[in-house]
Design a protein around this ligand. Structure first.
Ligand code: AMP
Ligand code: MG
Length: 423
């Protein structure tokens, strides 16, 4: 293994640097209901103070805390429900029945919960008293006007991948439509003489092309628009034609993913083909396993992409290597093109159950099962999936994460604190 190869950390920060330099694509307006999973391209502003009035968080009685704490009998001065207009100011010595979400009257500084008061006298609705030993703090059970936001405040910045909470916030602020970035078009070129399509029966020595549909799914999950190209044979002519079709197309790709043909075998012709298109290589191979032959580079502007260089990855063809290197590196570039503010894989801490062998000089990313629903333990536990190398799709299908095994010589042991990359 060449020491000249970058470590995982070096390769990751190089990719992150390239990601930061990429501008997102154009923005479009879409209905709010279709915005989940897209990337926000405009700030979300509060259109009013939020809440727009002092709001009760409980069903109970709006009152003055000092009077309630003195166990005064508070005469009942009407009721306000959510949706009612703000009530008149509260007279001293009185209270107002109030429901969750309703405006609190001026003069009241707390809401006593329904369960914490006692009725005085027979007439059920005449007066109440705070039941001992309960006390009320000023401000208790009230969200003051504008506590969450002032009109005009920026509540969300562009670059957020839109989830349910963002949809709710945008709805609360009156956004029936949102401006989102266009999804990057990601061309997927699989290479290999041995590949047949999913609907074909493989002949002797042939295998079905599983990377094309897997990469399409990975791209879609990462916020891209996959464009699966016809598989290219292992010949210079076939690769030249495939690259020309990808790069000179009417709608050229924003990112090019090539699978296979990068591992320095005699039929690994992808790098020379990229070089013939004027590719600049940022790295060719890194110290990780699986995925060591990974290639990252940029193709110069050409054809319809006359103003834009095209980043590309040459992903090793073994399916688990393909998936690992996509998630670890290509997804970061894809997210940057998609407008995500801080593109990066998201690692999570877990506790190892069992052992994991390290390999000196290599950072390993091994298929593993994390029990996220673990009982009282403070961290989820993670266990390796037994596998037969990076082509073992049945093992990979059982995994829900990659376990990160750092390069130092020592193996990881039962109970060690580890990092995982959820799938
Ligand atoms: P390569 O990177 O081209 O040397 O391929 C490494 C291994 O991955 C070989 O065993 C290939 O048969 C396999 N492989 C390459 N491309 C694909 C693909 N698209 N689908 C499934 N397996 C593949
Ligand atoms: Mg190959």
């Amino acid at each position: 293994m060449s020491d000249a190869l970058l470590t995982y950390e070096e390769a990751a920060s190089l990719v992150a640097r390239h990601a930061r330099a990429l501008a997102p694509l154009a923005a479009v307006r879409i209905p709010l209901a279709e915005a989940a999973g897209r990337v926000l391209a405009e700030p979300i502003l509060a259109d009013t103070d939020q809440p727009p009035f002092p709001r009760s968080t409980r069903d109970g009685y709006a009152c003055r805390a000092a009077e309630a704490n003195a166990r005064a009998a508070l005469s009942l001065a009407g009721a306000t429900r959510a949706g009612d207009p703000p009530p008149p100011p509260l007279d001293p010595g009185s209270c107002r029945q109030i429901m969750t979400g309703a405006p609190v009257p001026e003069g009241a500084d707390a809401v006593a919960m329904l369960e914490h008061v006692e009725q005085i006298g027979k007439a059920k609705t005449s007066a109440i008293r705070l039941a001992p030993p309960r006390t009320l703090d000023p401000g208790e059970n009230i969200v003051p006007r504008a506590a969450q936001a002032r009109a005009g405040d920026t509540l969300l910045a562009p670059g957020v991948r839109i989830g349910p909470a963002h949809i709710a916030l945008a709805a609360a602020c009156g956004y029936a439509q949102l401006s989102v970035y266009l999804r990057p078009r990601v061309a997927i070129l699989t290479t290999g003489d041995e590949l047949v399509s999913v609907d074909a029966t493989p002949g002797p020595g042939h295998i079905r092309n599983s990377n094309a549909p897997m990469l399409a799914a990975l791209v879609a999950a990462a916020g891209g628009d996959p464009l699966v190209l016809p598989t290219a044979a292992d010949s210079a002519e076939a690769l030249d034609a495939a690259l020309a079709a990808a790069l000179d197309a009417a709608h050229p790709a924003d990112l090019l993913l090539i699978s296979g043909g990068v591992s320095a075998g005699t039929h690994d012709l992808v790098e020379p083909a990229l070089a013939r298109r004027g590719a600049q290589f940022h790295f060719t191979g890194i110290r990780i396993q699986p995925g060591k032959p990974l290639v990252f580079g940029t193709l110069p502007p050409s054809g319809k992409n006359e103003n834009r260089a095209t980043p590309f990855f040459g992903l090793p063809g073994n399916p688990i290597s393909t998936a690992a290197t996509f998630r670890l590196f290509a997804a970061t570039i894809l997210q940057a093109l998609a407008g995500v503010a801080q593109p990066s894989p998201r690692f999570v801490a877990a506790r190892l159950a069992g052992k994991a062998k390290s390999k000196p000089g290599l950072t390993r990313f091994l298929p593993a099962v994390c029990n996220f629903a673990g009982p009282a333990a403070p961290l989820p536990t993670v266990e390796l999936v037994p596998w037969h190398g990076s082509g073992d799709l049945s093992a990979f299908a059982l995994a829900n994460c990659f376990l990160v095994v750092p390069p130092p010589d020592e193996a990881l042991h039962d109970g060690d604190l580890v990092r995982i990359l959820p799938l």
